[in-house]
Design a protein around this ligand. Sequence first.
Ligand SMILES: NC(=O)C1=CN([C@@H]2O[C@H](COP(=O)(O)OP(=O)(O)OC[C@H]3O[C@@H](n4cnc5c(N)ncnc54)[C@H](OP(=O)(O)O)[C@@H]3O)[C@@H](O)[C@H]2O)C=CC1
Ligand SMILES: CC(C)(CO)C(=O)C(=O)O
Length: 292
Amino acid sequence: MSSFKVQIFGAGALGSLFGALIQHAGFEVHFVARGKQLEALKKSLRVEGLRKMELKVDVSDKAVDADVTFVTVKAYDTEEAAKSLAKVDPGVVCSLQNGIGNEEILAEHLDNVVGGVTTYGANLKDFGVVVFAGEGVTYIGEFKGKGIEKVERVLKDSGINVEVVEDIKEKIWEKAVVNSVINPITAIFRVKNGEILRNEFLWEIAKKTAKESEEVAREVGYEINAVEAVKIVAEKTAENISSMLQDVMKGRKTEIDFINGVIVKEGEKRGLDVCYNSFLWRAVKAIEKVRG
Ligand SMILES: NC(=O)C1=CN([C@@H]2O[C@H](COP(=O)(O)OP(=O)(O)OC[C@H]3O[C@@H](n4cnc5c(N)ncnc54)[C@H](OP(=O)(O)O)[C@@H]3O)[C@@H](O)[C@H]2O)C=CC1
Ligand SMILES: CC(C)(CO)C(=O)C(=O)O
């Protein structure tokens, strides 16, 4: 069992899955949660789906000292998470979040930050019960300070597929470009990911948005074949209900500001036409307002 102490800050779906896999591998893990999820985790953490396990976990609503901390809150909670972590010694802090800007926020408050993007899939069946829905790959890369080797060790020893990349921001942008298409379209039209490929009208909207996001990413410095990337992901996750549609169905805030919102801002700064991203951004914000 490793001597590293690991912290999961934001033990919802993804955090509970990663924390369970890491604890099951023999690491000491502290989970940080709140509300009904916190109360449920005080009793136990159950994993279903691709792996089945039931764990007693160490959980609280406060950050603690650790050697490695994974941040798995939604992007709109990153600032609060960073401030909480800055009050302790969280060790090296690795974001596994979607959206653009999380690592920048963490780096404003913390000394050692590693960027991360994961294609693992998890959803909460109930408080304290996480479904391991899909096994993918987790890309990590240096962002600020040191400690990436500890993050890699924890993930590798836990059997989590991990790849260290030179430029983690390229992976973050690649995923955000895909999310900028699939997430809002599925959320607005209330369809599973695969419908985007089957419905010729949605596919036209998807291609236009993808090309727009690709142009912004290129001007920022990243070359992405967006239409092809969207096609591949939509095919692979055809039966998925996207995270944004899940949030809308639950009447929750979405991460649209950290996906299409950032693409619009970066595009407008460069005088680019971002009308599709702008419409999708505002349409989802309107849904949030109506349902909020
Ligand atoms: N789920 C997945 O399959 C994947 C998710 N991601 C990304 O990972 C991130 C997390 O996603 P997901 O796990 O689905 O989201 P969840 O909402 O399930 O998990 C986030 C958890 O963090 C909690 N939280 C937020 N702030 C605090 C705080 N200050 N103190 C304690 N708890 C806090 C939330 O509580 P509350 O509910 O009260 O807000 C929630 O339980 C997102 O960026 C998502 O896009 C990326 C790939 C796959
Ligand atoms: C890749 C995709 C679209 C899978 O559903 C996703 O990342 C999400 O739902 O947030």
